[in-house]
Design a protein around this ligand. Structure first.
Ligand code: ATP
Length: 446
């Protein structure tokens, strides 16, 4: 059953603690557009860094790319987005709301007298479905006519396809090899929602792997395995991750085979990443529309072919939401409710809180010196206000895995306490060993 109260709690925690704010809030907000605050930006950066590390830095066969958001309009004709990136929509003539034609809240058949608007309840006010393109359109240069139309990219993948020969030649890679990219994408979604799950501006982490035709299914299998292992490495609960295979009728026009990695959100199982065998659809279309040969010459076998593509496409915002939903828990401790974001330390926005137990007896000076040393190596937060218990609770809510407290003993035996967020156990560690200890703990995670 959908746990909507958990989503409400998450949204309010995210605002209160500075993970995510509504865009342009002082003007009443902008529909399904969100801003990341100080903690949120660190969380999302950790997701992107871990992805980039796994996909680019840890491998010899993948190169990075950062293509522009604006591309030649023909790209979107070749990709099929101008003709096909559409959703069927219906309008209510009475209340002017707009819905997807397949919205389960609509009773009856849109366009018919029996159909009922899910918002105002009027019967017979819904129009026949009309196709609506999800791409944001704008104009390049001073003249707003059809010749100047450009689109905000609805996916990052096309920037990779059109650069594939540039990257191949400049990096001296050979097939099989991949190109990875992280960047913004924009979709004028009709039914956005569920916080940062479906937004109109979002970030994708996409990798396109170019392979010899005939080896594509084998690579597709490997990439499915590697991508699921990456989600596990974020510390997500394995029982909340599953595969969803696209049946024939669900397959996108470009796909030979497709699997989604789904996460069990409070609002149900939903896609967080898609892994697709795209065959030679993309390169053959770009070859046709650009008139440029995009074939690969395999010297070893003296063969020329259009590579097939295996794609892995994840959303950085969706992964961030997954981590928040997975980490959130409430516990009863000494008659009080403790809210914890139990992030894997590698993902946590702040790795350690540093506290003087009280603001006297030289403790603030020692704690400040330790904080200045630690923050060169880890993200840290210094807090000297309020009772120590309250400071721990604030760090629990921010998902900070370690609390380092300078107390009376520190001045005499040069040790501090390190408190573990999940177990709340404390241990004493020498001041000179704190940085090394914390780094060891963080790196010990998979
Ligand atoms: P959905 O069916 O949920 O709209 P999709 O199948 O259209 O997703 P893809 O086009 O395969 O999604 O995009 C790849 C990934 O990009 C998705 O798995 C998701 O993580 C992310 N993504 C797509 N659309 C959005 C969006 N509107 N907001 C946030 N992330 C998105």
């Amino acid at each position: 059953m959908a746990d909507t109260s958990l989503m409400d709690k998450l949204v309010s925690l995210c605002k209160r603690r500075g993970f995510v704010f509504q865009s342009s809030e002082i003007y009443g907000g902008l529909g399904s557009v969100w801003d990341y605050g100080p903690l949120g930006v660190e969380l999302k950066k950790n997701v992107k860094d871990r992805w980039w590390n796994a996909m680019v830095h840890a491998r010899d066969d993948i190169e990075g790319l950062d293509a522009a958001i604006l591309m030649h309009p023909k790209v979107w004709e070749a990709s099929g987005h101008v003709a096909g990136f559409t959703d069927p929509l219906v309008d209510c003539r009475q209340c002017k709301n707009r819905f997807r034609a397949d919205d389960p809240k609509i009773k009856g058949t849109p366009g018919q007298p029996d159909a009922q608007c899910p918002v105002c309840g009027t019967r017979g006010s819904l129009t026949e479905p009309r196709m609506f393109n999800l791409m944001f359109k704008t104009f390049m240069g001073p003249v707003e006519d059809s010749a100047a139309v450009v689109y905000l990219r609805p996916e990052t993948a096309q920037g990779i396809y059109v650069n594939y020969l540039n990257v191949l030649q400049s990096s001296r890679q050979r097939i099989p090899f991949g190109i990875a990219q992280i960047g913004k994408a924009f979709r004028n979604e009709i039914t956005p929602g569920n916080f940062i799950f479906r937004t109109r501006e979002f970030e994708q982490m996409e990798m396109q792997f170019f392979v010899q035709p005939g080896t594509d299914q084998e690579w597709f299998g490997r990439w499915r395995e590697w991508r699921m292992a990456w989600h596990h490495s974020l510390g997500l609960k394995p029982a909340r991750l599953q595969w969803h295979q696209h049946a024939g009728s669900e397959l996108a026009h470009y796909a030979r085979a497709a699997y989604d990695i789904q996460y069990q959100f409070p609002f149900g199982w939903q896609e967080i990443e898609g892994i697709h065998n795209r065959g030679d659809f993309d390169l053959s279309r770009h070859q046709e529309y650009s008139g440029k040969k995009l074939e690969y010459f395999d010297q070893a076998n003296n063969q020329r072919y259009l590579p097939y593509i295996v794609e892995t496409s994840a959303g950085a915002d969706r992964v961030a939401l997954t981590l928040l939903a997975d980490a959130y828990r409430e516990e009863q401790v000494e008659g009080e409710t403790r809210v914890v974001l139990g992030f894997h330390p590698g993902i946590a926005p702040i790795k350690a809180g540093v506290f003087p137990l009280v603001k006297k007896d030289g403790m603030p000076e020692l704690a400040t010196a330790l904080y200045h040393d630690l923050r060169k190596q880890l993200t840290c937060f210094y807090d000297d206000s309020g009772a120590i218990g309250r400071r721990y609770r604030r760090m629990d809510e921010a998902g900070t895995p370690y609390g380092v407290t300078v107390d009376g003993e520190t001045t005499t035996n040069r040790t501090v306490t390190i408190r573990h967020r999940d177990s709340m156990q404390q241990e004493r560690v020498e001041v000179s060993r704190v940085a090394e200890y914390l780094k060891q703990q963080i790196n010990a995670m998979p």
